[in-house]
Write a protein that binds this ligand. Structure first.
Ligand code: IPE
Ligand code: IPE
Ligand code: MG
Length: 259
């Protein structure tokens, strides 16, 4: 039984909550937002927030795996984040190198397999190498998939998939009428996740209530939970609060019954 202490956002009242172990969302996706604001509140440079945010990733990956989450997708860098100042972009590009060089043994110990989705060929060579090494080091892990969205954009992903399908049509090995939802899903960057491609629960931290080009196709029926916490403050309890909120929802998928 997973139980945690929850503090009511309005009244401040603390209550013990129990999670339903039979209803843990299989795929949890998180838009990790608020690193900059977390740092600014402490009169620190924005990159201090990114550094602390990297530690949060470690905590949350282990917590999610222990709760029984099957896929944890984390939005780490969007195709639009290149618009930021060069120094910040450079720092963000170095983070995966630090992250994996210190965390791969823990990932292996927790049976967590690393996957990356995004235009990784546009990342600096050292970042690509770190990512590739982590994928290789964890390739035999059979537990949770830790899926990093790195230089990822939902619209770009759909464009790439459409180009691939158009090429197959042009080559004569695909009939336009054979293009269906399943085939499009398979051509997206989550295609290799099989039944687990679509997030059950999407969390965004830091109070913003928008998708910022994240998994546009896959979130068609995801439950959205927006939280005020900045990402560096996120921890196991925050994750449990989000899952608890998810468990109070009634998913109908257009029908009339729950699930
Ligand atoms: C999320 O935090 C990390 C990335 C987008 C890479 P931000 O850097 O967006 O933090 P805020 O939103 O400016 O506070
Ligand atoms: C979304 O956050 C991207 C990531 C968390 C990696 P942003 O901070 O970039 O989104 P906007 O600009 O506020 O929409
Ligand atoms: Mg932000």
């Amino acid at each position: 039984m997973f139980s945690f202490l929850s503090k009511d956002q309005q009244t401040g009242e603390v209550a013990e909550r129990q999670l339903d172990e039979s209803n843990i969302p299989a795929h949890v996706a998180i838009i990790m937002d608020g690193n900059g604001r977390w740092a600014q509140q402490r009169h620190l440079p924005r990159i201090a927030g990114h550094k602390q945010g990297m530690n949060t990733v470690k905590t949350v990956a282990k917590a999610a795996s222990q709760l029984g989450v099957k896929v944890l997708t984390l939005y780490a860098f969007s195709t639009e984040n290149w618009k930021r100042p060069t120094a910040e972009v450079n720092y963000l590009m170095k983070l995966p190198v630090d992250f994996f060089s210190t965390f791969v043994p823990d990932l292996v110990k927790n049976n967590i397999r690393v996957k990356v989705m995004g235009y990784t060929d546009k990342l600096p060579a050292a970042t690509q190498q770190a990512v590739q090494d982590a994928i290789t080091a964890t390739q035999d892990c059979t537990g949770m998939v830790l899926n990093f969205a790195l230089n990822y954009g939902g619209r770009a992903e759909i464009v790439t998939a459409m180009q691939q399908l158009a090429q197959r049509v042009q080559a004569g090995d695909l009939a336009p009428e054979a293009i269906d939802e399943a085939l499009i899903s398979q051509h997206l960057m989550t295609g290799d996740l099989g039944d687990l491609q679509d997030p059950d629960l999407l969390i965004r931290t830091s109070g913003e209530e928008r998708l910022s080009n994240f998994m546009l196709w896959q979130v068609a029926y995801s439950e959205f939970v927006f939280m005020a916490d900045h990402w560096p403050d996120f921890d196991q309890t925050t994750l449990e609060r989000a899952i608890y909120a998810y468990q109070q929802r009634h998913r109908r998928f257009g029908g009339l019954t729950n699930k």
